[in-house]
Ligand binder design. Structure first.
Ligand SMILES: [Zn+2]
Length: 659
C-alpha cells in the first residue's frame, strides 16, 4: 500500500484535518458551570466564579443531566449545605445557555417557587453574563419574563408549586427539576400525585427527557425521595482514607465525639475514624478525600443505563461550610428531643427517620425485665393508681397500673372476670376487681382513682354506659378509641340516649381516646432500655407469657392508601391485644386524672396526697353500694390474678389469666 494512502491519526497534519471536521461537542453541565457560572454576590456563601472542585461529588449527578448522557432519571437524596441547590441552578443555567428547551422547576408550593425564582434564579441570571444576555430583563413583562416564567431563545423555564395542578399541567417538558419532593403533597387539587402529573409532561420527549428529583429525606417507608431512590442503584460517595487509602463512605457509626473527664462532649474535637486502619481522620483531610472520591453503586442489581440515584450526608460538607464540630454540636443539642433528632437524621445524615415504635417489640425481652414485686402491691415510686377495662363477648379484662413522677409506670395486676357482659352480676364482679386494694410500699392502701372502660363494639355499649353511670362519682367513665392523630383524651360528650332511643337521666359520659397516639407513646416507652426514670414501664414477676404476647401484639405497618403509603397499627387477626388495650385505657385514665388537676404541679400534688394518706392510713371508703372486697394480699405464688374473692359472693369467680 502506498504510504500516502494510509491515514496516520498520530500525524500532526492528519490530526489537524480531522479536528476541523469534528462535530463541536457540547459542554457538560459541570463544564458549562465552571466556564460561565457566576455565584451571586447576594445570598451565596462564596460569591464569584462557580468552582465544581468545591463540591466534586456534585459533578457526576449534574453531568447525568447533560444532553450527551444516556441517563434520563437522576435522584439525589442529600443533606443540607452540600451545594445541592447550586447544582440545580447550574442545570437551569446550562439549559438556558447550552441546551435550550422547555424546562419545569417544581417546588413544594407556589410560594416556595416564587421565593426560589426571586432569591436564586433571578440573581443567577443577572450575574451570569451569558444568561443575562438571553433572558430579557425582569421589568419588561411583555418580554416573556415573569416570576414564574422565563423565556429564552429556544426554550422557556416554568416554575411551579406541587400544591397547584394548574402549574404542572402546562406544555410538554424536556427538563423536569423536582425539588424537595419529600415535602410534596400526595394529591394536588384532586388530580392525583403532582409528581406523576409533572413527569407525564416529559413523555413526548422520550429518551431525550431529563428528570431530576431531589430532597432531604423524611420518615422511613413514607417519604417520596426514599421511594424514588429504591428504584435506583443507590450510589454513595466513597472517599480514600488519608492514612491507608481504603475507600469508604463517611458513616455516622465512624463519627467520634470525644468526652472530657467531666463527661461533657468535646464537640470541637469531633472527628472520624477509618473503618479499615482505625486512623483518625480530621476535618483538614476532607478536601483531599472529596477530590479523591468516587460514586459507587450500593445496589448494583438495580443498575440501569437511564436511571441513577445518589445519597450524600452532611458529613461530606466541604471545609468552610458545615464542619464536623457543628455536626457534633447539633447532635448533642438534639438529645432527648425527638423532633430535633429527626431533623438531624433527615437534614444532616440524609437518612430516613425510623420511628422507634415501628419495630415490633419483643415479648420475651419485656418478660425478662420483670421485677420482684408482688401483684397488687405498689413499689415506693407509685404515687397514683388507675385502671383500664376492656369488654369482650364472654369476659371483661381489667388492668391496674401505678404511676410515678413523669409517668414512670408499674403494672400492678391483671384480672379477668369471665361472664356475660349483659349480666348485672358480671359487672358487680368487675367493680370488685376495680376496687381491689393496692398495698403501697409505705404501708398505705391505694385504690384506682380513675377507671376507663371501653364502650365496646355496640353489643354491650348500653351495659358499659349503665355501669359507668352508676360509678361516675368514683371516676369510672366510658371511652371510645379513635384512630389517627388524636389527643390522649378529648373533651367528653354526654350519651343520654340509650340504644332503644330513650332518654336517660344523668346520662353516661363518653370520652374519646386517641388510641394511635397512646400506642405510639406506650410502644416508644416499652422500647426503652433504662431501668427506671420518666416513662419506664415496670412489670412484676409472674405476668403470663400471654400477657406479654398481647402487649406486643400490634405493630405499625405501612399500607398503601390511594397509591400512597400510610402508617397504620395492626395485629394478626388471631392475636388478642386486651393487655395492650387495658394498659392504654389505664393511661387514658391517668390523663383524665391529670386534666382534673393542675398539670404543671400534678406529680407534686400526687406526692403530697400520698403523704396525707400515710397519716390517715386509709385512702377512701369503699362505695356503699357494693360489697367490699376482702382486703387480703393475693398470694404472690398465684400472681396472675387476685385470689381475693368478694366475701358475700362466693359463687363469683375472679378467674386467673389462664385460659
Ligand atoms: Zn485507613
Amino acid at each position: 500500500m502506498h504510504p500516502s494512502l494510509s491515514i496516520d491519526p498520530g500525524n500532526p497534519l492528519v490530526r489537524g484535518f480531522f479536528d476541523t471536521w469534528k462535530v463541536p461537542t457540547l459542554r457538560t453541565v459541570t463544564g458549562w458551570a465552571d466556564d460561565k457560572r457566576m455565584l451571586p454576590s447576594k445570598g451565596a456563601a462564596e460569591p464569584g466564579k462557580y468552582r465544581s472542585a468545591r463540591t466534586p461529588y456534585m459533578r457526576e449527578p449534574m453531568d447525568c443531566m447533560s444532553v450527551q448522557s444516556e441517563v434520563q432519571q437522576v435522584c439525589i437524596m442529600a443533606g443540607a449545605q452540600l451545594g445541592k441547590s447550586e447544582s440545580l441552578n447550574n442545570l437551569v443555567g446550562y439549559v438556558i445557555d447550552e441546551a435550550p428547551g422547555p424546562m419545569l422547576l417544581v417546588q413544594p408550593t407556589v410560594d416556595n417557587a416564587k421565593r426560589y425564582s426571586k432569591q436564586r434564579i433571578g440573581p443567577m441570571i443577572l450575574e451570569t453574563p451569558s444568561l443575562a444576555a438571553k433572558v430579557v430583563a425582569n421589568k419588561s413583562r411583555e418580554g416573556g419574563n415573569t416570576m414564574l416564567e422565563k423565556e429564552f431563545p429556544g426554550g422557556i423555564l416554568i416554575l411551579g408549586g406541587a400544591n397547584s395542578a394548574a402549574g404542572l399541567r402546562s406544555m410538554p417538558i424536556r427538563f423536569l427539576l423536582a425539588d424537595e419532593i419529600s415535602n410534596w403533597p400526595d394529591d394536588v387539587d384532586g388530580e392525583g400525585d403532582p409528581l406523576k402529573l409533572a413527569e407525564a409532561r416529559t413523555n413526548t420527549f422520550g429518551r431525550k427527557r431529563k428528570v431530576m428529583k431531589t430532597s432531604t429525606p423524611g420518615v422511613k417507608d413514607i417519604c417520596r425521595i426514599e421511594r424514588e431512590m429504591l428504584k435506583t442503584d443507590w450510589r454513595r460517595y466513597f472517599v480514600p482514607c488519608p492514612h491507608c487509602g481504603h475507600m469508604h463512605t463517611l458513616d455516622w457509626k465512624n463519627f467520634i465525639i470525644p468526652k472530657g473527664e467531666d463527661g461533657k462532649s468535646l464537640t470541637e474535637q469531633a472527628h472520624m475514624v477509618c473503618p479499615d486502619c482505625g486512623g483518625v481522620i480530621e476535618e483538614r483531610h476532607k478536601t483531599d478525600m472529596l477530590n479523591g472520591g468516587e460514586w459507587r453503586a450500593t445496589r448494583p442489581e438495580k443498575a440501569s443505563r437511564t436511571r441513577r440515584g445518589y445519597q450524600i450526608s452532611g458529613l461530606y460538607s466541604p471545609i468552610g461550610w458545615k464542619s464536623w464540630a457543628e455536626v457534633a454540636l447539633e447532635w448533642v443539642e438534639a438529645q432527648g428531643d425527638p423532633k430535633a433528632l429527626q431533623a438531624f437524621v433527615n437534614n444532616v445524615l440524609a437518612e430516613t427517620w425510623e420511628e422507634a415504635f415501628s419495630v415490633r417489640l419483643d415479648a420475651e425481652g419485656l418478660a425478662a425485665r420483670a421485677e420482684a414485686y408482688d401483684h397488687f402491691t405498689a413499689p415506693a415510686g407509685v404515687l397514683v393508681v388507675t385502671c383500664g377495662v376492656d369488654v369482650q363477648i364472654n369476659r371483661i379484662e381489667i388492668q391496674h397500673v401505678g404511676w410515678g413522677v413523669d409517668e414512670e409506670a408499674w403494672v400492678l395486676g391483671y384480672t379477668i372476670v369471665f361472664g356475660d357482659p349483659t349480666n348485672f352480676d358480671t359487672w358487680s364482679q368487675v367493680w370488685d376487681a376495680i376496687r381491689m386494694p393496692i398495698k403501697h410500699a409505705s404501708g398505705v392502701e391505694l385504690r384506682a382513682v380513675a377507671t376507663a372502660v371501653d364502650s365496646g363494639d355496640g353489643n354491650t355499649t348500653n351495659e358499659v354506659y349503665a355501669f359507668t353511670r352508676q360509678h361516675r362519682k368514683e371516676h369510672v367513665f366510658a371511652v371510645k378509641g379513635m384512630a389517627g392523630p388524636k389527643p390522649v383524651i378529648s373533651a367528653p360528650s354526654k350519651q343520654d340516649i340509650n340504644i332503644r332511643g330513650q332518654k336517660i337521666e344523668k346520662g353516661a359520659i363518653l370520652y374519646t381516646v386517641g388510641v394511635d397516639s397512646i400506642k405510639s407513646t406506650v410502644y416508644g416507652r416499652l422500647k426503652r432500655t433504662e431501668k427506671d426514670g420518666p416513662g419506664t414501664v415496670h412489670f412484676p414477676l409472674g405476668m403470663t407469657t400471654e400477657y406479654y404476647k398481647q402487649l406486643t401484639a400490634e405493630k405499625q405497618v405501612t399500607t398503601m392508601l390511594r397509591g400512597f403509603p400510610k402508617r397504620k397499627w395492626t395485629k394478626k387477626d388471631s392475636d388478642n391485644n386486651e393487655a395492650l388495650d387495658t394498659f392504654n385505657y389505664s393511661y387514658a385514665a391517668l390523663h383524665y386524672w391529670i386534666s382534673r388537676h393542675n398539670p404543671r404541679t400534678f406529680w407534686k400534688q400526687m406526692a403530697s396526697r400520698l403523704e396525707k394518706l400515710k397519716t390517715a392510713r386509709v385512702e377512701s371508703k369503699p362505695a356503699v353500694s357494693v360489697p367490699e372486697p376482702v382486703a387480703a394480699t393475693p398470694d404472690p405464688a398465684q400472681h396472675a390474678a387476685p385470689s381475693a374473692v368478694p366475701a358475700r359472693r362466693p359463687e363469683s369467680k375472679l378467674s386467673g389469666w389462664k385460659r
